[in-house]
Design a protein around this ligand. Structure first.
Ligand code: C5P
Length: 241
């Protein structure tokens, strides 16, 4: 097959990107983190001192979304883990995010970006520009986000909607963020509040809201390990290939 699209949507930190990355790795597909693209536009807007919620700046921001070069480069993460590590950790492939050749992978995870992303994600012109980029990236692909199964790839061969208990999501995200410089002191309550605020905005916005597609399969990862999540999705994909 030279076209097989897997769409994975769901609320913030529900396990979408970790799962999507590993599924893509095992199937030898590309992985596209659409959230990283919204983060990139937010980064670019703030760098140019543009206000994500101002109507006047909105045109300049749309122009950035149309003309900027965003590259998502997923690197397989080397050798398998040592046999004696227990429990064995799956090796997570890493995605580097380049904006006009600048590596901004860590910068786009800073709280300043996350705080400002809502204005960018609800800007119709930005979404329109990213739809074009995202569709062009999609052949044998696993793409994750909020509107992939509903708007970006409505004909995806397999659609998943991944959810998890908010507390579990906040714990997972906190663990991930604490590894990044300048975020060692982040509090659990802060992360949880941010996730809930973003979920509310993502669900309630008019344009491309977070919503499960009618033909998506619901997967609650609250009690699942990463391996179990990946295994289930691979099985579903193989059945449909
Ligand atoms: O996936 P991640 O949490 O990095 O996404 C950051 C934000 O980007 C989301 O909270 C959402 O507002 C926005 N987003 C979106 N549509 C997508 C992916 C992300 O609106 N397909």
């Amino acid at each position: 097959r030279n076209l097989f699209q897997i769409a994975i949507d769901g609320p913030a930190a529900s396990g979408k990107s970790t799962t999507a990355r590993l599924v893509a790795q095992q199937l030898n597909f590309e992985y596209i983190d659409s959230g990283a693209m919204y983060r990139t536009i937010t980064f670019a807007a703030l760098k140019e001192n543009l206000n994500p919620t101002s109507l006047i700046d909105s045109y300049k921001i749309i122009n950035i979304a149309k003309t900027s070069k965003i590259q998502l480069i997923t690197i397989d993460n080397g050798t398998p883990p040592l046999a004696h590590t227990s429990p064995p950790q799956p090796l997570l492939p890493k995605t580097r995010v380049l904006f006009n050749e600048e590596d901004i992978t860590e910068k786009i995870m800073l709280p300043e970006i996350t705080r400002n992303i809502t204005g960018i994600a609800s800007n119709p012109g930005v979404r329109e520009a990213l739809v074009v980029k995202q569709r062009a990236m999609a052949e044998c692909v696993v793409m994750d986000g909020r509107d992939i199964g509903t708007v970006i790839l409505p004909n995806a061969h397999l659609k998943l909607f991944i959810i998890a208990d908010p507390k579990i999501r906040a714990e997972r995200r906190l663990k991930e963020l604490k590894r990044i410089k300048k975020m060692e002191n982040l509090e659990m309550s802060e992360v949880l509040a941010d996730l809930l605020r973003r979920d509310k905005n993502d669900t309630e916005r008019k344009i491309s809201p977070l919503k499960m597609a009618d033909d998506a399969i619901l997967l609650d990862t609250s009690g699942l390990s990463i391996e179990e999540q990946v295994e289930r999705i691979i099985k579903l994909a193989l059945e449909k290939m």
